[in-house]
Design a binder for this molecule. Structure first.
Ligand SMILES: O=C(O)c1cc(=O)[nH]c(=O)n1[C@@H]1O[C@H](COP(=O)(O)O)[C@@H](O)[C@H]1O
Length: 279
């Protein structure tokens, strides 16, 4: 049986440090890199990021939207990027934020989490806002294939709070409910469960939330959205051990030089290591 995602992630972050670099080929970044806003520009951008960091950071997170923009040829670039990143030793979190009713969710799960799928990724971002239970086919497919999920719990964007901070009849917030579902999913798993939460690094003190889900906490928001590695202990408290910070534009803006991209990722990795080191 394939080793579960949580165990593979723990090993990768122990070896390479806890950093996820996003592959987000914004049109504006393509222009800054001197590339055309075409599928050729997309491929060049993505290849360069993989070449720069896939052999040294723990995780790469391609943002599917920027590839889908180019139709089937963009998806082909995404497939090649995933394959190249994994071949260089990085884990790949596909950021496609899928979410649908159970039977359709099963098809999304087949697309990204089945080991024979062309877009197989080590983990997938998913939206639980059709009800956590609607994600069950993705949970099952992930378990069967040694893959994982990152469930949107407390997102980094300011609009997220109208849904995620809303209170249920029993007084618990929706975001806290998602965290509780994940804690149940990961119960007893060692060294780390495979079912993570997305929790923004931009959110300030989260001590009112129980972040001890025994799974990874993907933390976007560092760099372009204003959070810094130094914020991590204050935001995540004791759960900082399981945080996987994501930086996309904060690194990508240093391209197109491979050396400059690499140096930026290494600076973030070092700052994160220093911030999350036990006192
Ligand atoms: O799931 C995500 O990765 C995600 C969740 C969230 O709450 N906020 C968030 O910014 N993201 C993604 O993380 C990346 C952040 O990019 P930068 O702001 O450029 O570092 C983008 O790909 C977002 O889609």
């Amino acid at each position: 049986m394939t080793e579960p995602f949580g165990a593979r992630l723990r090993r990768a972050t122990d070896e390479r440090g806890p950093l996820c670099v996003g592959i987000d080929p914004h049109a504006s970044l393509l222009a800054e890199w001197g590339l055309d806003d075409t599928v050729e520009g997309l491929e060049r951008f993505s290849r360069t990021v993989v070449e720069a960091v896939a052999d040294r950071v723990a995780v790469l997170k391609p943002q599917s939207a920027f590839f889908e923009r180019f139709g089937s040829r963009g998806i082909a670039v995404l497939e090649r990027s995933v394959e190249a990143a994994r071949a260089a030793g990085a884990l790949v979190v596909m950021d496609a934020k899928r979410g649908d009713i159970g039977s359709t969710m099963a098809a999304y799960a087949e697309s990204f989490l089945h080991k024979d799928a062309p877009l197989f990724s080590d983990a997938l971002t998913v939206s639980p806002y059709l009800g956590y239970g609607s994600l069950k086919p993705a949970v099952d497919t992930a378990r069967e294939n040694g893959a994982g999920l990152f469930v949107l719990a407390l997102t980094s964007n300011p609009e997220g709070s109208e849904v995620q901070h809303a209170l249920r009849a029993d007084g618990r917030s929706i975001g806290a409910t998602m965290l509780a579902h994940l804690a149940a999913e990961n119960a007893g798993e060692e060294p780390l469960g495979s079912f993570g939460a997305v929790v923004g690094a931009t959110l300030g003190d989260l001590s009112s939330y129980d972040l001890a889900i025994n799974g990874p906490l993907l933390a976007p928001g560092i760099g372009a959205q204003g959070a810094t590695p130094a914020d991590l202990p204050r935001v995540f408290g004791a759960a900082v051990r399981n945080v996987l910070p994501n930086v996309s534009r904060g690194v990508l803006r240093h391209g197109p030089e491979v050396g400059a991209l690499r140096a930026s990722a290494e600076r973030f990795a070092e700052e994160i290591r220093a911030a999350v080191a036990p006192a």
